[in-house]
Design a protein. Structure first.
Length: 224
């Protein structure tokens, strides 16, 4: 039963907090604990889990933030967004919120709008290794023949790697199965993700994040 599974997880968390509070820092470095909100796609369980994490944060000697787990594992994106909203309505607003394992550029912007602060995901490097590049104009499959004679930079406004290598060269590297192709594509994607969240922060500070997000999100999903 989902409820029994959540209760088991919460008992594990209580043991984790006890051990965390009893453990002295080593080598001059302190640790920070981010309890994980679980509950699958059940609204009532997510609410229960979020309230429990709020209680736990108050018991921590060095409380950090809250993690939101168990999403981006196959459920529809709209359901994921709904669960984020349910959880963030309860979690403290003065603690960072970390959404685990997410996601596409669109997912990240939608989650930021719903109050998420931190992310981690294998997508930039995993997709890069498979010849998929993320850009503001959409995703580029570098194995496509259309790039064979395109000697323009991978991304003229991107990182150094993007500006010194051409699309044709990267296409050739993937076609030849050179490991350098995966390295270049991974660096490009990591740089793009950093640019994306940097731009998001800028527009949050300017007060026009929602308008900016709407203007770019459709292009992010295009296939080039």
């Amino acid at each position: 039963m989902p409820k029994n599974s959540l209760k088991l997880t919460q008992r594990w968390l209580e043991r984790c907090v006890k051990r965390f509070n009893e453990t002295e820092p080593l080598y001059g470095h302190n640790q920070t604990l981010f309890p994980i909100v679980q509950g699958c796609t059940y609204k009532d369980l997510r609410q229960d889990a979020a309230k429990h994490v709020c209680d736990v944060l108050g018991k921590l000697n060095d409380g950090g933030g809250a993690s939101i787990g168990g999403l981006a594992v196959g459920e529809p994106t709209e359901v994921m967004y709904e669960m984020i909203e349910v959880v963030n309505d309860i979690l403290p607003k003065d603690r960072p919120r970390y959404l685990m394992g997410v996601g596409t550029p669109q997912n990240i912007l939608e989650a930021i709008e719903r109050g998420v602060d931190m992310f981690d995901c294998v997508m930039p490097t995993r997709n890069g290794r498979n010849a998929m590049l993320f850009t503001y104009e959409g995703t580029m499959n570098m194995r496509n023949k259309k790039w064979e004679d395109d000697f323009s930079p991978i991304a003229p406004d991107g990182c150094d790697i993007d500006r010194i290598h051409s699309k044709a060269y990267l296409h050739h590297l993937f076609k030849a199965q050179e490991l350098l192709a995966m390295q270049i594509a991974s660096i490009h994607n990591l740089a793009f993700y950093l640019r994306l969240v940097t731009d998001a922060r800028t527009h949050i500070e300017q007060g026009d994040f929602t308008q900016w997000k709407r203007s770019v999100i459709d292009n992010l999903g295009r296939r080039r």
